[in-house]
Design a protein around this ligand. Structure first.
Ligand code: SAM
Length: 676
């Protein structure tokens, strides 16, 4: 921290997973050689491009909040420890659990989905180069001295792992040191990438050793009763304001930005090493202050800031909030029904577009660095040679891996980024039912289907919860679920303030209903498939792992399988006192601050034959039907039933809305059934 935003922006980061912050990133440390039109021919095998050096303002012309680097800038004074602190060492367990309800209690749900703002993943990104803030250089006057020998780092903090996107990265060792100081070219980029990966892993080992040493030192310090205090930039010992002082501060119109910055840094440093630095005040008090400051600094409502904060160790949480202030790179997906990536790249390079392949994990993606033409209006775009599509949007389709001639359902598909990708992987064979409950949105879906030349797509508009009653027997189902959009805050900052606890309750309920319907729409006897992929562009656990875990419990005939994506963080198997099925670790999380792509979640299930009580061919989601046996916490067993009875109010409301959307007359609401 200590760096002011200068409102100047550098080039976008590459979509290779990001380096941990203390290491030079591949993109920032290396300048790639300029790509010439005539060498685009070998595009599939080599990558070279210019990263634009131009510094521009962001779209709004406003400065993003300055970068907070919490691990390196605190001055620490060693002092005799006055009192032993009451709080335990770092750990999620200490954070107040608040009033979060148990999501499994889907039965008690009473609200409607009427006014819920869902994240509608538009895929149509703004054209033009992506931009990123440069947070200044070391000569800033508010820089504070670096901690000389020891990192103030929470034990919770797991370094964002260096992710190796393909096996070839890990296995081949040829010419790793190839041409290390020369320019990166298409010919040497793979070797250079491997060399950098090797360096990164060596660095990670050194860091781990250093951390271990620091922890050992810490234990020794404990023995001699020493405690540390955190000093402010001006040499003042940081003291957490009292509730009264905070109230006073609020009355005066809130603290200035610099005070908030400094306080965030101090609180994060203390929380990162609470045992030594948390003096006299509880962990909760520091957390409360930090979350309040995150709200005012980054502009979140308190509920969401707290919810997102809980997902990460303290200093990683700040990296996440910072990453949400930076636009993600502009990416396009080659439509292989119309062209090849190398041909598309060549044509676009000829038009003045600077681009390179996204990464080894996709053979159809291109990252656009700079363009002298609007990327959403080139003749190639209009002719359907590519889709403007966020890199994270490729992931669920990669996981789905549809095979030619299959019958696929895309349950929530508008505007069709993933549908058209599926159609291309099917090579225009088989059939994709592209469904979306929002009829208006199916127009852009149909337009994209036509533009991209997909001949195997049927567009329909049902509430996803009507499947498989309307149609079933699919080889694969993609449920790219409606969600809160906490992974795409950099695209839609309104999420920061317009989400409440009610939204998350409604959404996770809807997601749980949809996932059961998606599972029940699969033909368990499919010879080639029998898979469903569940994805969201949200990072919250209640929209992701909790939904997947619910599906595992309610549908004993499904199991999680590897997504096949090859990178991404493991799904969480426990969170704030809730334990999920251990297989949930097979699911994958993607983060803006780690992978430089939108926050995203992907889970893949294999659907087996239905158990007794939910025989094949039956509509497994019928009201009150037993679909399996569940072991309860007390060891007893109970029949698992679909909760349609409980959900009738929601289903009725959804049907009424869908009728209204179709221009049909809607009768009066039915009265709730009375119990005698
Ligand atoms: C994340 S977006 C889908 C993006 C799309 N898969 C793509 O790649 O372009 C979620 C979609 O779910 C739709 N939706 C919301 N509720 C639904 C429901 N009950 N059934 C089916 N679709 C629904 C929304 O209209 C929205 O288009």
């Amino acid at each position: 921290m200590g760096r002011r935003a200068r409102n100047k922006q550098g080039p976008p980061e590459p979509l290779e997973p990001l380096e941990p912050r203390s290491k030079p990133s591949r993109s920032s440390s290396k300048k790639l050689g300029k790509r010439k039109a005539d060498d685009a021919g070998d595009f599939e095998n080599e990558a070279s491009s210019v990263r634009p050096k131009k510094k521009t303002k962001d779209a709004s012309g406003k400065a993003a909040p300055a970068k907070l680097t919490v691990t390196q800038t605190k001055k620490v004074v060693i002092k005799r420890k006055p009192d032993s602190d009451n709080d335990s060492a770092d750990g999620w367990e200490d954070v107040d659990d608040g009033s979060e309800e148990d999501d499994d209690e889907i039965d008690q749900f009473t609200e409607t989905l009427d006014d819920l703002e869902l994240e509608e993943d538009d895929d149509d990104l703004d054209a033009g180069p992506a931009q990123e803030f440069d947070f200044g250089t070391d000569d800033e006057d508010d820089e504070v001295p670096t901690l000389p020998t020891r990192r103030l780092k929470s034990k919770q903090m797991e370094r964002p792992a260096k992710i190796i996107p393909t096996a070839s990265d890990a296995s081949s060792s040829d010419s790793d040191s190839d041409d290390e100081d020369g320019p990166i070219t298409g010919a040497n980029i793979e070797a250079r990438s491997r060399a950098m990966d090797k360096k990164a892993s060596e660095q990670a080992m050194l860091d781990a050793e250093e951390l271990q040493r620091a922890e050992l030192d810490g234990e020794e310090d404990d023995d001699d009763g020493l405690a540390m205090e955190v000093e402010d930039e001006d040499g003042q010992i940081f003291v957490l304001p009292t509730t009264e002082e905070r109230e006073e501060e609020k009355k005066r119109g809130g603290p200035d930005l610099l005070t908030v910055q400094r306080r965030m840094r101090s609180c994060a440093t203390i929380l990162g090493n609470f045992k030594k630095l948390g003096k006299g005040r509880s962990r909760n008090e520091y957390t409360e202050q930090l979350v309040a400051d995150i709200c005012s600094y980054f502009g979140y409502n308190e509920f969401l800031a707290d919810k997102l904060f809980q997902l990460f160790p303290v200093d990683e949480a700040i990296s996440f909030f910072e990453a949400n202030e930076v636009p993600r790179p502009v990416t396009i997906r080659t439509n292989t029904l119309r062209t090849r990536r190398r041909d598309l790249a060549q044509v676009l390079v000829n038009r003045g577009v600077t681009l390179e392949p996204i990464g080894k994990w996709t053979n159809v993606g291109l990252q656009v660095f700079e363009s002298s033409v609007p990327i959403g209006a080139t003749p190639e775009y209009l002719a359907g040679h590519y889709m403007l599509q966020a890199a994270s949007s490729f992931l669920p389709v990669i996981a789905l891996a549809p095979q030619p001639h299959e019958r696929v359902l895309d349950m929530a598909s508008a505007p069709g980024g993933k549908t058209t990708h599926i159609a291309a992987l099917l090579q225009n064979t088989g059939v994709v039912f592209a469904n979306d409950s929002n009829k208006a949105r199916t127009k852009s879906l149909a337009a994209n289907v036509h533009r991209l030349g997909c001949k195997n797509v049927v567009v329909c508009s049902y509430d996803g919860r009507e499947f498989p009653k309307v149609l079933g027997g699919f080889d694969r189902v993609l449920l790219d679920a409606p969600c809160s959009g906490t992974g795409v805050i950099s695209k839609d900052s309104s999420v920061k303030v317009n989400k409440s606890i009610r939204d998350f309750t409604l959404l996770s309920h809807l997601q749980k209903q949809l996932i059961l319907c998606a599972i029940d729409s699969i033909n368990p006897n499919s010879k080639t498939g029998g898979f469903i992929v569940y994805s969201t562009c949200s990072v919250t656990v209640d929209e992701n792992e909790a939904v997947v875990d619910y599906a595992l419990r309610k549908r004993p005939n499904v199991k999680l399988v590897d997504t096949g994506i090859g990178f991404g963080r493991e799904g969480m198997t426990s969170f704030r006192g809730k334990n999920f099925d251990p297989s949930v670790r097979l699911t994958r999380r993607f983060y803006p601050h780690v992978h430089n792509m939108d926050g995203f979640y992907v889970a893949k299930f294999k659907v087996g034959k239905r158990t007794k009580g939910a025989a094949a061919g039956q509509v497994a989601a019928a009201d009150g039907e037993a679909v399996g046996i569940e072991t309860l916490a007390d060891g007893t067993t109970a029949e698992v039933r679909f909760d349609e009875g409980e959900d009738s109010k929601i289903l009725e409301e959804a049907k009424r809305r869908s009728m209204r959307a179709k221009g049909l007359k809607v009768g009066p609401k039915s009265k709730p059934a009375t119990t005698s």
